[in-house]
Every structure is written in C-alpha cells, then in structure tokens.
Design a protein around this ligand. Structure first.
Ligand SMILES: Nc1ncnc2c1ncn2[C@@H]1O[C@H](COP(=O)(O)OP(=O)(O)O)[C@@H](O)[C@H]1O
Ligand SMILES: [Mg+2]
Length: 291
C-alpha cells in the first residue's frame, strides 16, 4: 500500500542506521541492586541484528529493571551496555544521545500525550531530534502511521481510539526516527487475543522488512512462540536459558519446565505469583496458590 510513497530518508534516519558491524546490543557484566535486593547479577550477553528476542521470566525477576538499564533510564551499579557499539551510560552527553538515537521504545502504557493528536504524538521525537521542515515531518509521520495500519487515525486524539490503536500509535512513534532497535515492554498487556496477534505480526514484519532488532518483554506464551527467534529467560538476576522457542519447548531444565507449565511445585518458589502467571499463560489457575 506504500508503493507510491516516495520519500527521501532524512539524515537523522540514515544516522540512526549507521552500523558498526558488531552486535546490535552488547551487555557486559551488568549488575544492579536496590538496597540488598540483587536484581541483575553480572549479566553478559550479545544480541544480533535483525532478530526478535523475547525476554521472559517470572514476575519480579528483573525484566523491567533490565530494560531500564538497556535504554539508559537508570544507572547500573556495574558493567556496561553498548548499543550498536556506543555506551548508553557514557559520561559524554553527546555519546549517550548518539546511543539513544539508535533505538525506540514502546512502553507498556503506550505513553501518548492526550492533549495531542495521534499524528502530533508520532511527530514529537522527529521535532525534537531533527531540523527537518514540517512538510517532511508530516510525510514521515504519515508513512509510519501507515506502516502500523493507522493512517486513518492521524487526526484523532488518543482518548478517541482503542487500546490496540494506542499501542500501534506508540509503535509508530517508537519507529519515527528509523531506529535500528526497538524495545517493547509487555506489548500485549491489556489487549484481546486478536489485537495481540496484530501486534505480534507488526513486530515480526518490522523486524524482517526494516531489519530492525526487536527486544520484547512478554509473559504471553503464544506470542513468544509466534515471534521469537530467540528466547532469554531471566531468573534470580541471571539468564537461565537462551535458545530458540523450539529448544525452550524441549528443554528438560526443571526451571524452564516449571515456567512453561505454570507448575506451583518446583525451583521457582513463589506459589502465588506463579499461579497468577499460569492463569495468564495457560488460562487456568495452577493449584496450590496460597491466596
Ligand atoms: N525502583 C525500584 N526501587 C526498588 N526496588 C525495585 C525498583 N524497581 C524494581 N525493584 C525490585 O526489583 C525486582 C525486579 O523488579 P522488576 O524489574 O520490575 O521485575 P519484572 O519486570 O521482571 O516483573 C523486584 O523485586 C522489585 O521489587
Ligand atoms: Mg515488569
């Protein structure tokens, strides 16, 4: 549907696509505690370009904390995060900005401003980070909204559209500056199964068609099996599994088995959280939840 749209990619877009040749994301010895709660325990991993990575693990295992360190929203106690080779926690503000321009984030809440139209919301990062003329910005916004199937909603306000449409608008904003990487925090939260399918397909398409690296935090097992090239399972601050969805399915690791089955008995020792989790994952509450 966009065959007839011809648009010169602005410098900003080109810049954010600069490729160092190394991994899209490189995490080295990342460590984070809140008081005596050791949430991230010296994590190290690399994520390659152009793949969908799903990060999962029981509630409270540190997924959102990891995301905050990856996007530079919080300072770790130790270690480093390289985004396309650039340290997101660099001392120099210029370097940090350079790293930040390489990714977009779709927050759980979609985080749209209610006083602005959908189109204005999507244009915000472009206004802020480029000196492009308004006519070019309008074209970029339109293109991005069309990519997520929201071309018709450009003049609507966030409170006038459904949760799924808000998510898609948030996604259009996350990719407004043609990022090399997109982070998603629980993109399916609060959506019905059909809309979850729509978002999953968008994540897949953006990754394969635009060559974006997608890092998705999710609890949705069906989603994970649909979208993941690789799964990283986080538990007690460490990565306890990394591999394909198929390998996850076939794993004999008691931790993985328990997580997949939502079994209240096993190495994950949090009956109540687990039973809530299993309800979300398999649609029935595991026995043995204590509340
Ligand atoms: N800002 C914070 N201050 C203190 N403790 C926090 C903060 N954020 C998270 N935590 C704690 O860190 C742990 C991991 O939380 P979080 O990263 O939100 O887990 P998840 O996203 O996997 O559910 C939890 O024990 C949580 O209570
Ligand atoms: Mg979380």
């Amino acid at each position: 549907m966009n065959e007839n749209v011809r648009i010169e990619l602005p410098e900003a877009g080109k810049e954010s696509h600069l490729r160092s040749g190394g991994p899209a994301i490189s995490v080295r010895d990342l460590d984070k505690s809140y008081d005596d709660n050791h949430v991230l325990d010296h994590l190290s991993f690399d994520l390659e370009r152009g793949k969908v990575y799903v990060i999962m693990g029981p509630s409270g295992c540190g997924k959102s904390t990891l995301l905050r360190q990856l996007i530079g929203a919080e300072l770790p106690d130790g270690g480093e995060v390289l985004i396309d080779g650039v340290n997101i926690h660099a001392n120099s503000r210029k370097r940090r900005d350079e790293a930040r321009r390489k990714f977009g984030v779709l927050f759980q809440s979609s985080a749209l401003l209610n006083g602005l139209t959908i189109g204005e919301n999507v244009s915000l990062p472009v206004q802020r980070h480029t000196d492009l003329p308004q006519s070019t910005i309008d074209l970029m916004v339109k293109l991005k909204l069309e990519l997520v199937g929201m071309g018709g909603a450009i003049d609507k306000y966030p409170y006038e559209v459904s949760g799924g449409m808000k998510k898609r608008a948030g996604l259009a904003r996350a990719i407004a500056l043609d990022p090399a990487i997109v982070f998603y925090d629980e993109p399916s939260a609060g959506l019905d199964p059909v809309m979850i399918g729509v978002i999953d397909k968008l994540i897949k398409d953006l990754t394969s068609k635009l060559g974006i690296t997608s890092v998705v935090i999710t609890h949705e097992m069906p989603s994970m099996f649909r979208i993941a090239d690789e799964v990283l399972m986080l538990f007690k601050g460490r990565i306890v599994f990394r591999g394909s969805p198929e390998a996850l399915r076939n794993s004999n690791d008691p931790l993985v088995r328990q997580f997949l089955k939502g079994d209240p008995e096993g190495p994950i020792n949090a009956p109540r959280q687990l039973s809530e989790l299993s309800e979300r994952l398999i649609g029935s509450r595991a026995m043995g939840g204590d509340a």
